[in-house]
Design a protein around this ligand. Structure first.
Ligand code: SAH
Length: 369
C-alpha cells in the first residue's frame, strides 16, 4: 500500500522523509507542490532530484477523493459531491461573497448526533473522514476555482460546517486544520478558519491546546429542556458545562468572541421571551449570534420562522449589546444550504427513513484506485 501524502500534516511529512533518510526540507517542498500548486504528479516536481521522485512514485501517492457531481446555484454557490469510497459521498460547498470566498467542508460521512432539524443527521452515520478526504475537499475546490486576477486564492476562508461533527473526528480534523494554516500549504489565518461544534465539551478544551481556530457553537435553544430535544448531545454536556467551556476556549482563540449559531424554527425557539432567556444564559461569554433561517429538506418536521420574527428576535439580542447577524440562505436551490447537506451515505445506524433512503438518487461512480 502506498502512503497517501495528503494524509500527512507537516510533522507527519517530516517523519515520512526522515524514515526515508531524507532531510526535513523535503517535507516543505512536498507541501508546496501538493497544496500550494495542487500538483499530484511527482514527475512534475522539478526541484526534487529525479532518483527521489522515482522513489516517491514507487512508495507514495497524492490521492484526493473524486468529484462525483458538481452543481452551481443561481446565486453562485457551488456544491461538489465527493465520493470517498464506493458506498459514501460527502459534500463541500463554496460560497462566494463580495469580500471573501468561503469553503464549507465536511468531516464525517454522515453524522451520529441526530439533531432534530438537520438533514445530515437524518441520513445516519457511516465513518470518520481521513485527513486526505477532509483536506482533499479544499485541494479539489482550489484546483477548480484557482486565483483572482491579483493572484490571491479565491478561497479565503474555510468553515468546518459541512456534514459531520468535526470534534468527533478530532485527530484527523486537527491534522487537516494544521495543513490549512501551514504557510507552505494553504497559509490561511486562524481567524479565517472556523470550526463549528454541537458542543463536545472535552474536545473543545483539547482543540484550544492542539490548534485554536475560530469557534462556532450550535446553540439553538435557551435552556436544557428545549436543547435536549433539538440537540441530543446536550444530554451529555448540558448548557451549564458547555458555556464555561466556551469561555475557557477564548483564552486560546484567535478571536475574542465565540459565535453562537441559532437555527430559527417557527414556534419552537423563536419567541421574544426565549431571546431574553438567551441573553441571560450567555451573559458570561463574549459572543456574537448568527441566526440561521431553518432550511427545510424532504421529510423535515419544522418550518422556518417568518422573516419578521427573525428580525425581532435578532433585534432583542442586538439591543442587549450582542452583535447578531442573520445568515443569508445560499444555494438552497441545489440543496447546499445549512442543514441540507446529505451526500450519499450508507447508514450504519439504520436511522434512515424510507423517505430519505429514496433520496439516494445520485449514482456513485466506481472509484478506481
Ligand atoms: N456538527 C457541527 C457542524 C455542522 S455545522 C455543528 O453542529 O455545529 C452546520 C450548522 O447548520 C449547524 O449550526 C447546524 O445546527 C445548522 N443546521 C443544521 N440543520 C439545519 C437546517 N435544516 N437549517 C438551518 N441550519 C441547520
Amino acid at each position: 500500500m502506498k502512503t497517501n501524502l495528503l494524509d500527512l500534516d507537516g510533522a507527519g511529512l517530516t517523519r515520512f522523509f526522515a524514515d526515508m533518510g531524507e532531510k526535513p526540507f523535503r517535507a516543505r517542498q512536498l507541501k508546496r507542490w501538493m497544496h500550494r500548486f495542487g500538483e499530484a504528479d511527482f514527475s512534475r516536481m522539478t526541484d526534487i532530484a529525479k532518483p527521489l521522485r522515482e522513489k516517491l512514485a514507487a512508495t507514495a501517492e497524492v490521492r484526493a477523493p473524486q468529484v462525483v457531481h458538481d452543481s452551481i446555484s443561481a446565486d453562485g454557490t457551488r456544491k461538489w459531491l465527493i465520493g470517498v469510497d464506493v458506498a459514501n459521498a460527502v459534500e463541500a460547498v463554496f460560497i462566494p461573497e463580495e469580500d471573501r470566498g468561503t469553503l464549507c467542508v465536511s468531516t464525517q460521512a454522515g453524522c451520529a448526533l441526530d439533531c432534530a432539524f438537520c438533514s445530515t443527521g437524518k441520513q445516519g452515520f457511516n465513518r470518520n473522514l481521513e485527513v486526505s478526504e477532509i483536506i482533499g475537499q479544499l485541494w479539489l475546490a482550489n484546483r477548480a476555482l484557482g486565483h483572482d486576477p491579483k493572484g490571491e486564492r479565491i478561497i479565503s476562508n474555510v468553515v468546518l460546517m459541512g456534514m459531520g461533527e468535526p470534534l468527533a473526528n478530532f485527530d484527523n480534523t486537527v491534522a487537516a486544520l494544521r495543513i490549512m494554516l501551514d504557510d507552505d500549504a494553504y497559509g490561511l489565518s486562524r481567524r479565517r478558519v472556523t470550526l463549528s461544534t454541537a458542543g463536545m465539551v472535552p474536545q473543545i478544551d483539547r482543540l484550544a491546546e492542539a490548534c485554536p481556530v475560530a469557534l462556532a457553537v450550535s446553540l439553538h435553544a435557551p435552556n436544557n429542556k428545549l436543547r435536549d430535544a433539538l440537540v441530543p448531545l446536550n444530554r451529555k454536556w448540558p448548557l451549564e458545562v458547555l458555556l464555561p467551556a466556551c469561555r475557557r476556549y477564548l483564552d486560546y482563540a484567535p478571536r475574542d468572541f465565540v459565535t453562537f449559531e441559532y437555527v430559527m424554527l417557527d414556534g419552537i425557539n423563536d419567541r421574544p421571551e426565549q431571546a431574553f432567556e438567551l441573553i441571560e444564559l450567555v451573559s458570561e461569554v463574549p459572543c456574537k449570534f448568527n441566526l440561521i433561517p431553518f432550511n427545510p429538506f424532504p421529510g423535515s418536521e419544522f418550518r422556518r420562522s417568518p422573516m419578521e420574527t427573525i428580525r425581532r428576535f435578532g433585534g432583542i439580542l442586538n439591543e442587549a449589546g450582542i452583535v447578531t447577524t442573520t445568515r443569508k440562505t445560499r444555494g438552497d436551490d441545489i440543496d447546499a444550504a445549512c442543514g441540507q447537506l446529505a451526500g450519499d451515505i450508507e447508514d450504519k445506524t439504520r436511522r434512515q427513513s424510507p423517505a430519505s433512503a429514496r433520496r439516494r438518487s445520485i449514482p456513485i461512480v466506481e472509484v478506481s484506485r
